[in-house]
Design a protein around this ligand. Structure first.
Ligand SMILES: NC(=O)c1ccc[n+]([C@@H]2O[C@H](COP(=O)([O-])OP(=O)(O)OC[C@H]3O[C@@H](n4cnc5c(N)ncnc54)[C@H](O)[C@@H]3O)[C@@H](O)[C@H]2O)c1
Length: 290
């Protein structure tokens, strides 16, 4: 059983991963290059656990004990005794490679390394380490404390033992695993993002308005959110990046990013995070922008 978990990157995903690991009784070491991100992450974790206490999902004592299990820092020495380090830093291959180099230099020979990448080849990232057989993809969903799925992605060299250990870890975190082989965007994003891209094409070609497209998919396909609303939630830049990975990685024109999606990203209309995407979020109610 893995007891000590390192997490790299204290952003949206990293703080969620630290949250679920600490609640599952793991000792968590959270590292980020930006000290203010670490402070912000601790604040977010405390707020999110507070909500779970209010909803009686966990007790005040669980929260206190979990928070006490999280240590933060910017020096890789904190990973000295880690059983596994989960990397959830910025989606940039050079950044991730530099991080893996540091991890390998600081952890023991038996330590596993997992990446939360949404799109970069797990096989390629693993081959940049000194332990490709102990390297694996653990793709958590956002928001981590609420979403049940973890896609576990085996690189070509990932051993069966590593795979089983990580599936067990996901179970201890209260998550359910779907196994995916290492092809562009894995399973969830391979299916979800082309649907969103198609919704943008539907808008681009004038088949429907933002409102009618979202209404059609909510009421007609029983989706909890419309595809354009969901695109704004994910971030239009992220949606575009995943479509580019699919388009380039699979060399099939069916993955061509919609020119309207490109245009929105060029305009800096990135969805909720920039207050404007397919909806404008500056008022009390989101207003469609087309
Ligand atoms: N946001 C999502 O919905 C989502 C879902 C699944 C997977 N992911 C993946 O998770 C990873 C993180 O995404 P995020 O949304 O949390 O990003 P984010 O921008 O919120 O956080 C990234 C963090 O990494 C830190 N960082 C950057 N370079 C670093 C370095 N060299 N060393 C240590 N820390 C560094 C940043 O300071 C930041 O705090 C990415 O690989 C992304 O593809 C994201």
């Amino acid at each position: 059983m893995l007891k000590k978990v390192g997490v790299i990157g204290a952003g949206q995903m990293g703080n969620g991963i630290a949250h679920v690991c600490a609640l599952a009784g793991k000792d968590v070491m959270l590292l980020d290059v930006a000290p203010d991100q670490l402070d912000a992450a601790l604040g977010t974790i405390e707020r999110n656990m507070g909500r779970q206490v209010a909803r009686e999902i966990i007790t005040e004592a669980d929260m206190k004990a979990a928070l006490a299990r999280i240590k933060t820092g910017s020096d890789y020495k904190i990973f000295k005794d880690a059983d596994i380090v989960i990397e959830a830093a910025t989606e940039n291959e050079d950044v991730k490679r530099a991080i893996f180099k540091e991890i390998c230099a600081h952890v023991g020979d038996d330590a596993l390394i997992a990446t939360n990448t949404s799109s970069i080849s797990v096989t390629r990232l693993g081959s940049s380490t000194d332990r490709p057989e102990k390297f694996i993809g653990m793709h958590f969903m956002n928001p981590v404390p609420l979403m049940e799925l973890v896609e576990v992605i085996r690189g070509l060299a990932t051993s069966e033992e590593t795979y089983k250990t990580v599936v067990d870890l996901a179970g201890e975190l209260g998550k359910t695993v779907a196994m995916a082989e290492d092809f562009p965007a894995f399973i969830v994003n391979r299916i979800l993002l082309p649907m969103i891209n198609e919704a943008v094409y539907t808008l681009y070609e004038g088949v429907g308005t933002v409102k009618s497209i979202d209404k059609a998919m909510k009421l007609g396909a029983n989706h909890p959110m419309g595809p354009l609303e969901l695109a704004d939630f994910i971030g239009l830049d992220v949606c575009l990046a995943v479509m580019q990975v699919l388009y380039e990685g699979l060399a099939d024109t069916k993955y061509r990013p919609c020119p309207l999606l490109v245009k929105y990203v060029e305009a800096g209309w990135l969805g909720r995070k920039s207050n404007r995407g397919f909806y404008d979020y500056s008022g009390d109610e989101p207003i469609p922008t087309r």
